[in-house]
Ligand binder design. Structure first.
Ligand code: C5J
Length: 220
C-alpha cells in the first residue's frame, strides 16, 4: 500500500489496483477553434496543466497502473448525441458541424484527438464517451472490474464538468477516488476551486484531493 498525503485525510492505494483516468485532454477543449472555444471560453486557462498531466501519466506507467484516456466525442452519425446536447448554446458551429479542427466533438476528427504531449502510449486504454460522465453509455465499469481496479486517480478537463461528473459516478459505484488537483483545470478558476472543496467536504463525501507532488511522494 502507498499513502498520499491528501485532503480530507490520507489516501491509501495499491498501484496494482489503481487506474489513472485522464479526462478529455483533447484539442477540442484545449486549442483555439475547438468546442471549448466555440462556447466562448479562453482555452489557454486549461493549457497550464499539460506538463503535470504528462508527469502523472508517466508515473502511472512506471508503477504499473492502468492508464485510461477518456475522449468526449460522438459517432460520425451523431447517433449517440442527444438532440438536447447538440442544441444547447445555440452555436453557429456546434457539435457535428465542420470547424477549424474538423467536425466538432466527432470521433476521428482532429479536434477529438488528444493534445500532442498526452498521446496514448501502447498499453493505455482510450475510452470514447458520448456524455460528460465517463460511466454513462460506456463499458468503463466492466473494464475496471475485469482488471480488479478499485482506486482511481483522476485528472483532466474540465474540473466541474466531465471530471466532477465522472468522479461522482465513480464514487457512487464504490471506487475510491483521488482528484489530482493540479492535473485538472476549468475555464473558470473559481469553479475549479469550488469543486476541490466540494469533493473533500463532509469527510470526503466524493473522495480525496491532493496535488501531484503528494502522489509522487507516496510512490517515491
Ligand atoms: C465539457 C468536458 N466541458 N470534458 N466537457 O463540455 O468537461
Amino acid at each position: 500500500m502507498n499513502t498520499v498525503a491528501a485532503r480530507p485525510y490520507p489516501y491509501p492505494f495499491d498501484p496494482a489496483h489503481t487506474a489513472v483516468v485522464m479526462i478529455d485532454m483533447q484539442r477540442d477543449f484545449l486549442e483555439p477553434g475547438g468546442f471549448g472555444a466555440m462556447l466562448g471560453n479562453d482555452v489557454t486557462t486549461l493549457q497550464g496543466i499539460v506538463p503535470a498531466c504528462a508527469r502523472l501519466l508517466a508515473l502511472a506507467r512506471t508503477h504499473g497502473m492502468t492508464v485510461i484516456h477518456t475522449q468526449e466525442a460522438h459517432d460520425r452519425q451523431l447517433a449517440d448525441c442527444p438532440p438536447s446536447k447538440r442544441a444547447r448554446g445555440g452555436l453557429a458551429c456546434g457539435i457535428g458541424d465542420p470547424g477549424p479542427l474538423g467536425r466538432v466533438l466527432v470521433e476521428g476528427e482532429p479536434g477529438a484527438g488528444f493534445v500532442p504531449e498526452l498521446q496514448p502510449q501502447p498499453g493505455d486504454i482510450v475510452l470514447r464517451k458520448p456524455g460528460k460522465g465517463a460511466f454513462h453509455a460506456t463499458g468503463l465499469d466492466a473494464m475496471l472490474h475485469a482488471r480488479g481496479i478499485t482506486h482511481l486517480l483522476i485528472g483532466g478537463v474540465t474540473t466541474e464538468v466531465c471530471v466532477q461528473t465522472t468522479m461522482r459516478e465513480a464514487n457512487d459505484r464504490g471506487y475510491e477516488c483521488l482528484l489530482v488537483t493540479d492535473c485538472t483545470a476549468s475555464y473558470f478558476p473559481q469553479f475549479h476551486a469550488a469543486v476541490v472543496e466540494m469533493v473533500v467536504a463532509q469527510g470526503g463525501i466524493v473522495g480525496w484531493a491532493a496535488p501531484l507532488a503528494a502522489v509522487e511522494g507516496a510512490l517515491a
